[in-house]
Ligand binder design. Sequence first.
Ligand code: PNS
Length: 158
Amino acid sequence: MRVGLYPGSFDPITNGHIDIIKRSLAVVNKLIVGIGISATKTPMFSLEQRMAMIESEMGPIAKTMGTELSVTSFEGLLVDVARQQGANLIIRGLRTAADFDYEAQMTSMNRAMAPEIETVFLAASANVGFISSTLIRQIHAMGGDVSPFVPRVVLDNI
Ligand code: PNS
């Protein structure tokens, strides 16, 4: 039984996240999307909004694919939430070599703390590999159009 945990801030969910979630749903039996709460960052969207947007966007797709999906939030260590949720895989999307350097270090640290949990990297699809929530927030704050990069539900909540 493959239970995947896909963690992130999802502030907001982007077409890049959707790509990774769809492809994760195809390889796990159950997927948990975990929204990490950062005490230091002031988010663009509340935790409740982020959870609702992910559920409404991905719930029907998960159903179609026959894979169980849940959305949760966590504070503290990723490996702790993975254990609590019964996940044996952590899924991370990679866009660039810079992503890899950072992710590889986090993965090694997580493996040192929780050797029973495997991290898998999914390479972003080419058409969305340049999208990041940080850039979306910046573009939106400066009056730019973010509609090519995020799902409809995010535009509806802006
Ligand atoms: O949206 P992001 O920035 O890719 O999400 C980052 C997140 C939430 C996955 C990361 O900050 C995280 O793993 N936070 C939990 C804290 C933790 O476990 N730190 C030690 C990792 S080595």
